[in-house]
Design a protein around this ligand. Sequence first.
Ligand code: SUG
Length: 471
Amino acid sequence: MNISATESFNFATEANFDGLVGMTHNYAGLAAGNMASQNNAGRVSKPKAAALQGVAKMQAVAALGVTQCFFPPQERPALWALRAHGFTGSDESVLAQAHANKPHLLAQCCSSSFMWSANAATVAPAQDTRDHRTHVVVANLKSMTHRAIEPPCTRAMLNAVFTDHSQFEIHPALAANANMGDEGAANHTRLFDAANTNQPATHFFVYGMDALNPRLQPKIHPARQTLQASQRVAEVLQLNPAHCVFAQQNPDAIDQGVFHNDVVAVGNASTLLYHQDAWLDHDRLMDSLAQRVGNSFCPIIVSRDELTIAEAVTTYLFNSQLVTTPDGSMTLVCPSEVEHHARASAVARRIQQDPRNSISRILYMDVRESMRNGGGPACLRLRVPLAPTSSQTSNQTSGANLLAGIHAGCVFNTPRAEQLRAWIERWYPDQLTPEDLADPQLLIRNRDALDALTQQLGLSAIYPFQGVSPL
Ligand code: SUG
């Protein structure tokens, strides 16, 4: 498998930015409503294997001809968050006190959840926005404490990675008030007709609850995304409201473990693969999407008879990446859990063999360490569209130019894959238990590793230990 950045640049319609797994990756059962996180709580984690699985996935996707980039891990343990809870003294003492008095808080401050970059932000490309620049809204992730500490570093990192601020505007996360739960691109799909550049793209936003009219709510698990946050994100992204569609998740599905829309749906260009029970008002929603996306709209529905919501949650069939390859066809990059599940793999085969859609290939990837915390292939990447695919503007920017605004050190290619592997092998622990999280050596090692990585990648300072404000 030999890939080069220039090879993929020639076929740049979107870049997939994967989050590198952090070296404190562990199973603390932090995410309510996320079945895998709950069921694997207390298990011994394998940070090195997790990070290498992530690199292998990037390499496989890049080998398909897709432009692949990555985000470095965040700093953990988040000492600043522990200090904000009143722990004082040296770093060692803060860790020891937190471990003795608030082990759950310590675990929250050690999560590697930033690796699921589909939750980092929501993106609208230049060709869809009022001022013809690419807009990015950092997600506030306010519904889970361990995730709510991510946004400031995510913003610093996005500003360092998207270097050309005349092309990319990185907006801060929405204020984390009660009505504004935002989980980023996991609840957003950009649909467009690749063959008709005059047809504007449709932005499909999915929310878990209308905070001002919370009549239809899940009964057991939290609804993380609010309608109000989705609407505000669409405004900040400078999207035309006529090209936005908002739909509510089925509350019963949330109660069965569908904590993000990308657990039951994935879209690419004009194809939308989804579960029958994903949303409320299915028929009206499909009419609305068909009307906007146009004749090429290709919905692929999976019925509950073919696969139940519970099976979708355990296999993560819909959390596959759906990517267009240089020959114009699509590949579905599925977690290996689908391959090992008779009914889910039968659905994948049925879709692949159906000549009415563009999906011609299924690729299975082992991202088991991430899956055990509820993160499949699609959770691990943030899509950034690069080339104009909808109405052309006088100010249009070519895909190649847009890549020029991306920090070159974060573009994935064969030498970079080798460099990342060597870095992971050098620094990452083979195993971690909850007890290990309080080890001050882990904190020091993490900082040294991140310092080495940012130097290797030529990135500016992005971490609190490098002097960047964590707030
Ligand atoms: O937010 N898991 C993440 C998984 C996120 C998956 N992302 C998408 N669906 N796009 C979450 O629930 C578990 C961490 C722990 O338990 O330690 C966690 O945060």
